[in-house]
Design a protein around this ligand. Structure first.
Ligand SMILES: [Zn+2]
Length: 262
């Protein structure tokens, strides 16, 4: 699942390609929006908010999309063959005189008044990749429910926007904290947030998702995706487990030896 850093990069790419440009064609392949035509409108800006993408166009409209599990936006030069997946997976097409922006496998596609964006993203906590990142407010929200597992609290986008299971697993490892530790027993919530902020900002700008110092596949994460393999720090076996309760449980990774027990 794309995490905040990948959504941020997508927004930056879409902004670079579309902002200031007039749409020469739009094609919504979702039933509810099938008759919408944005032709003639100018794209004002494209922003990420947590894992949400907001394409703001003239006339006070915002196209909201969410990538969820495997959605993506791709930008192609005019005339270039689209290659983000089979045509039936296309949900939105936005064309300018020079590029085609194509949204694939997007589970959320909706059009709202820009002034009403708050109804979509207003519940989100401070955005790790936002200009207005506020670590104190994120920590305050997390500490408001001291009995929750800290991993669950960090994944809750109402507390802090942008973290998915990759960064959750990695920052808990780096902090030596089990994701199952309760918030009240986790001694350094600001430290966890600080690591997430540093890693995600670095990776968002670099276009990678490296949390170690080694970008080679299989070595780019400390524990994420490494269940059954030796921990790079202590040599004990990395494990995976379910965090949270159905239907919202998520698979996370940790080293029982390096991270304090739940
Ligand atoms: Zn270890």
């Amino acid at each position: 699942m794309p995490e905040g850093d990948m959504v941020w990069r997508t927004a930056r790419q879409l902004h670079a390609s579309l902002a200031g440009q007039e749409l020469t064609r739009s094609d919504f392949r979702v039933p509810r929006l099938a008759t919408v035509d944005l032709r003639g409108r100018v794209v004002d800006e494209v922003r990420a908010r947590g894992k949400h993408l907001l394409v703001r166009v003239s006339g006070g409209l915002t196209l909201h999309t969410h990538l969820r599990m495997d959605g993506s936006w791709r930008v192609f030069e005019r005339g270039e063959r689209w290659r983000g997946g089979p045509a039936f997976q296309i949900r939105v097409v936005l064309c300018t005189a020079s590029v085609d922006a194509v949204g694939y496998r997007l589970p959320v596609v909706e059009l709202v008044r820009t002034e009403a964006e708050g109804e979509i993203v207003g519940h989100l906590g401070p955005d790790l990749l936002g200009d207005d990142w506020d670590p104190d407010e994120a920590a305050r929200r997390i500490r408001a429910e001291p009995g929750r597992e800290v991993g669950v609290a960090l994944l809750d986008q109402r507390n802090v926007a942008g973290i998915g299971t990759i960064y959750l697993s990695e920052v808990c490892f780096l902090a030596g904290t089990s994701p199952w530790t309760t918030v009240e027993d986790a001694d350094d919530v600001p430290g966890l947030l600080g690591r997430a902020h540093e890693l995600m900002n670095r990776n968002a700008r670099a276009g990678t998702q490296v949390t170690t110092q080694d970008s080679r596949p299989g070595r780019n994460h400390w524990v994420y995706g490494r269940a059954g393999r030796p921990c790079g720090r202590c040599g004990n076996t990395v494990r995976s487990g379910e965090l949270g309760r159905a239907p919202h449980e998520r698979v996370v990774y940790w080293c029982p030896a390096c991270q304090s027990p739940a």
